[in-house]
Design a protein around this ligand. Structure first.
Ligand code: SF4
Length: 258
């Protein structure tokens, strides 16, 4: 794993992502190396090798957040997981939380229970939420989709711990793939521990040709539905029915089925 330490000029980037005004990426690229990750597009500009085999770490990020107060909703992070393994050593996320204004409107999204390390810092924020990407990939499917991310049981335990001590949490159910995700099971196992949900169906385009090739070989039936607008519309409708019947609060459903 290549770790490239850099000095950034700016740490906040204006964004059109739903639910936020700025993204904060102290890391670029991600050791979790999820094969469906849309952030791999960055490899067109950063020539360090395959996505997930390198991480750029903006080592002055903690100083940059100290120097600038942001009005608006901040999302951490869009190009990496703020609690990927290198964070254990570099502690950039931890130092950012130490330096950030505690009134900041901050949303953290992770797949890692390492976030529990920072509970005492998280508790100091007045407008903070922590989201966990939760799906129920296991065994071979987990290895093919999210080879180096903590498994969903660890994420679920971390979600429960944060929720029980009063930290606002949300669950990001993604990527929803026909035949590979049990949506009802995910909702039932999380609904007592989350304030709200976001849902995202598989973004095949963002995942790229290598991922599509893997799907062709391993999950041809799922891929057939993903590639057929009508079949996908039906599948989405089934999922929306499950979501509505569950009477949960949700902020958005990203369909990627244009
Ligand atoms: S954890 Fe998130 S940012 Fe990291 S590889 Fe997986 S999807 Fe991409």
């Amino acid at each position: 794993m290549k770790i490239i330490k850099t000095q950034a000029k700016e740490i906040y980037t204006k964004t059109k992502l739903p639910g936020c005004d700025y993204v904060l990426n102290q890391y670029v690229s991600c050791q979790h190396a999820c094969t469906y990750c849309y952030a791999k597009f960055i490899c067109k500009w950063k020539k360090y090798g395959k996505f997930g085999t390198w991480v750029e770490a903006k080592i002055n990020a903690p100083e940059l957040v100290k120097a600038k107060i942001i009005k608006g909703d901040i999302f951490m992070s869009s190009m990496s997981d703020p609690y990927q393994p290198v964070e254990k050593e570099l502690e950039l996320t931890k130092k950012i939380l130490e330096n950030l204004n505690k009134d900041a409107r901050l949303s953290i999204l992770t797949k890692s229970d390492l976030v529990l390390r920072d509970i005492n810092l998280l508790k100091q924020f007045k407008n903070l939420e922590v989201g966990f990407t939760i799906n129920d990939f296991e065994g071979k499917t987990k290895d093919l989709m999210e080879p180096f991310a903590p498994n969903y049981k660890l994420r679920l335990e971390a979600l429960k711990k944060l929720s029980k001590i009063g930290i606002k949490t949300y669950v990001f159910v993604s990527p929803i793939i026909p035949g590979l995700i049990n949506l009802k099971k995910i909702i039932d196992s999380t609904k007592n521990y989350t304030d709200h949900y976001w849902f995202e169906f598989m973004n095949l385009r963002g995942a790229g040709p290598e991922f599509v090739k893997m799907m062709e070989k391993e999950y041809p039936n799922s891929l057939k539905i993903l590639k057929d607008k009508k079949l996908m519309d039906n599948y989405i409708q089934e999922c929306v029915n499950i979501i509505k019947q569950s009477k949960i609060k949700y902020a958005g459903i990203e369909q990627h089925n244009k």
